[in-house]
Design a protein around this ligand. Structure first.
Ligand code: EPZ
Length: 421
């Protein structure tokens, strides 16, 4: 298995270009199942999860070509199967996002239960509640779930989401696109990735309004055509590099970022004393202009503080003056990085979904393990400032979600290398 070897590095300096968003490109790719014509998606990041989604779509009948670097052409004239492959679903939860499009286009979908993962059980009850409300008959087996549209096809309805689930909002939006009449999703997720998906679907001919607010209206249409779309920049990758600049007291110019997508992270880092200059599609983050102080963060659905930045931010908070509290409200088990940071000398106490983080930690390099994508990124950040060398195992978690991760950090002066065990 591969590992990262991270050495104490000086302040990071230079420019980094942010890739297309993992959490936008996966639903965008799933949505191409809705179109009978060729779709082109640009700024597609080279990620394991993208490769898995390509494999899944191909198994369902899509013809996929990488016409040039970061450009995918996807053509699904005919869907040859409505069953998602167990192996792929097992490796990537986001595979569940093909369920809505299959149900909409073919009237049926069968997907193995996407397992939970390190950060929580991650049920799909809200996805299924939406499909049922549209008239689908559900069969839930031990290891799969099937949805079949009634004889007259799906019919629009109003669906209230008990929690503003990102995946459920995306899946229901896609399932409703051909439903008779109008569908409303209430208490919908408002993430930028939802807006990106709605924009793409509208380019194909869908009639979706309200994406980015808590109520989304989908008027059923007969079919969808071709579309050309560029993925939005990855706000979570951008946030990770903001924290890399802050934790190393560096000076980093981040290109291809939409600062509007990162308001809570910008606000909290400014509270800590980090200087952030914001442009239209770039920002300069300076962690080298003076002392930095504790703050408190509480993760919330968008536009609140993003849960995916919680662990990298916690790594940073171990290095500032004073104690901070971190409250995680989105996932029930997203403090797996706490024990690993503790091995490096951080002093963090947790009680339920609240962590108390002591500042001024003397972090020391040692062997640690990535438990999920963002926890792994947090350990890399800690390794950059810890004394000595930090060895991070299970790095496949990190490489599923960050394109050219090592190369981008090394270009900023980080002493980091990837070794096969
Ligand atoms: C998406 O996951 C992202 N993944 C996650 O990013 C992100 O952390 C999450 O949204 C929240 O922003 C992708 O977009 C591929 P949810 P998703 O449904 O859709 C509960 C990363 O690191 N819930 O909004 O699975 C669920 O258990 C990943 O890039 C239900 O109870 O997130 C969780 O507690 C990690 N029933 C909460 O909602 C449901 O039917 C948020 O989940 C669905 C969700």
């Amino acid at each position: 298995m591969a590992k990262y070897i991270v050495k104490q590095s000086g302040p990071l300096k230079g420019e980094v270009h942010i890739s297309g968003a993992k959490n936008a490109v996966l639903p965008l790719m799933a949505a191409t199942l809705l179109s009978e014509e060729k779709c082109v998606i640009r700024d597609v990041p080279h990620l394991r999860d993208v490769a898995l989604m390509k494999e899944l779509l191909s198994s369902l009948g899509s013809k996929i070509e990488e016409t040039e670097e970061h450009v995918l052409s996807i053509n699904t004239e005919d869907i040859v199967s409505t069953e998602a492959d167990f192996e792929i679903v097992n490796k990537m939860r986001a595979s569940i996002l093909v369920m809505g499009p299959l149900l909409a286009r073919k009237g049926r979908a069968r997907v193995p239960h996407p397992g939970g993962c390190a950060i929580g059980a991650r049920p799909i009850d809200l996805h299924l509640k939406g499909f049922e409300a549209l008239g689908a008959i559900l069969t839930v087996g031990d290891d799969y779930v099937e949805a079949v549209a009634g004889g007259q096809g799906l019919v629009g309805d109003t669906i209230y989401l008990d929690f503003p689930s990102v995946g459920a909002t995306e899946n229901i939006m896609m399932a409703a696109v051909f439903a008779e009449g109008t569908t409303y999703i209430e208490n919908a997720a408002e993430e930028p990735e939802i807006v990106d998906l709605a924009n793409f679907m509208n380019k194909m001919g869908a009639k979706i309004k309200g994406a980015g607010t808590d109520t989304i209206k989908i008027e059923g249409v007969k079919s969808l055509g071709s579309a050309n779309h560029t993925v939005i920049p990855d706000r979570i990758e951008a946030g990770t590099f903001m924290l890399a600049a802050a934790i190393t007291r560096g000076n980093v110019h981040i290109n291809n970022v939409l600062p509007d997508h990162l308001k809570p992270v910008i606000a909290k880092l400014r509270e800590c004393g980090v200087r952030i200059e914001v442009g239209d599609e770039d920002m300069i983050v300076r962690g080298n202009l003076g002392p930095q102080y504790a703050t408190d963060i509480k993760t919330l659905p968008y536009p609140g503080f993003p849960t995916d930045i919680q662990s990298p931010f916690m790594a940073y908070l171990t290095t500032v003056e004073g104690s901070s509290t971190v409250i995680e409200t989105v996932f029930e088990n997203r403090f797996m990085h706490v024990s690993q940071l503790g091995k490096m000398g951080a002093i963090i106490e947790t009680a339920g979904n609240k962590a108390s983080v002591k500042g001024n930690a003397k972090l020391r390099g040692c062997q640690v393990m990535a438990t999920d994508l963002r926890a792994g990124a947090a350990l890399v950040l800690a390794g950059l400032v810890a004394e000595g060398t930090t060895e991070i195992s299970e790095i496949y978690h990190i490489e599923r979600g960050y394109e050219y991760f090592i190369e981008k950090f090394a270009a900023l002066g980080a002493e980091i290398e990837r070794v096969e065990d």
